[in-house]
Design a protein around this ligand. Sequence first.
Ligand code: GSH
Ligand code: FE2
Length: 432
Amino acid sequence: MSIVVVSEKLSVAPQPGIDEIRALSGKGFKALINNRPDSEDAAQPGTRAEAQAAKAAGLSYSFIPVKPDNITEADVRAFQHALDAADGPVLAHCQSGKRALSLYLIGEVLDGRMAADAVAEFGRSRGFDTGLAAAWLQKHGAQKPQVKGFFDKRTWSVQYVVSDPATGKCAIIDPVLDFDEKSGQTATINADAILAYISQNNLTVEWILDTHPHADHFSAAQYLKEKTGAQTAIGEHVVAVQALWKGIYNWPELAVDGSQWDRLFARGDRFKLGSIDAHVLFSPGHTLASVTYVIGDAAFVHDTLFMPDSGTARADFPGGDAGILWQSIQEILALPDETRIFTGHDYQPDDRAPRWESTVAQQKASNPHIAGVSEAAFVDLRTKRDKTLPMPKLILHALQVNIRGGRLPEPEANGKRYLKFPLDALQGAAWQ
Ligand SMILES: N[C@@H](CCC(=O)N[C@@H](CS)C(=O)NCC(=O)O)C(=O)O
Ligand SMILES: [Fe+2]
């Protein structure tokens, strides 16, 4: 049996004989992992005999049998658990050592400690063909992005960095540019926290995505594009929102062709985040242009569904429509039950700590605007509730920035920037 050292804690080997297992503690090993289902061949000792020999030698023993074509994430996690639990060096084996090494490598990539394209070379340099791990990652692992949420207390917004552990590529979704309406000051506290996370984790920004032109905060898309060089994108119907607000702001020079973004997404468009497949749902109702980004198993739904204890987004902004929002929500709920749903705001009902992740199944089971609610009842409850909601305090500030992709107004001759407010253009004043 030739033992190959993989890390300080792990070595892998082909099938050991019973005598070789008994000798392992003398070589400093504290634990044995057997990744081989019983009865693969007549000569193999089998798990009972291995367990007995390991225990007699004072080793802890784990049986995590996998077939080469049927490895699951649970096997990978069980392998990691056995490795972590051991109080010293571990020997893992299958027939040749290839499966044992593959389980380890898949875990390293899933947890972001190794790049997927380093897997093959890692195996080769130690005498193993680890194409198995590479193929597994291509099929499963690479489709599960890591999602980091950043909550902005001022606007109850959730901003996301979504990354592909296999390649280190990431997207920033719905970043906030800070604005204090009382002083008129802007700042980049939120966006800089996002940039710090990206640099600490050695990520490369591929996309800066907005789900819709926000009515309650400024988008930091332009600032982040200047910092990272990544491409910006939004839904193609942003041109309708531009046309609508061009009228409200009486703004003849505003280009209403979406040229302020690098890419405009249409319903069903596909794109890649590193090795992860992503596609776009058109999700209007809250605004004319809202989209949902489905990246691997994660859907970024922004202002459609909130957390199950918080219902849904309002549909009474210019261009909003409760019936259309209902249709958009149905399309999101038709995603697989285990799809992770990431919402764009959390208004912290009863002052609970902010939360932003749920699943399609949880939304269907317990969101009071959805579970057992008909379309007519939804439209009724949404319309009644929207009549009670004052306009967001920054709606007139934010739209003139966000329909230009997060660009602040151009400075005037004195170098200062100014916002412009139409009077009596919107309804919904909260006089009392
Ligand atoms: N009080 C907040 C309200 C913001 C707001 O209206 N948010 C929208 C999303 S942009 C919403 O759907 N709110 C639902 C609700 O407040 O119930 C503000 O002034 O900014
Ligand atoms: Fe919104």
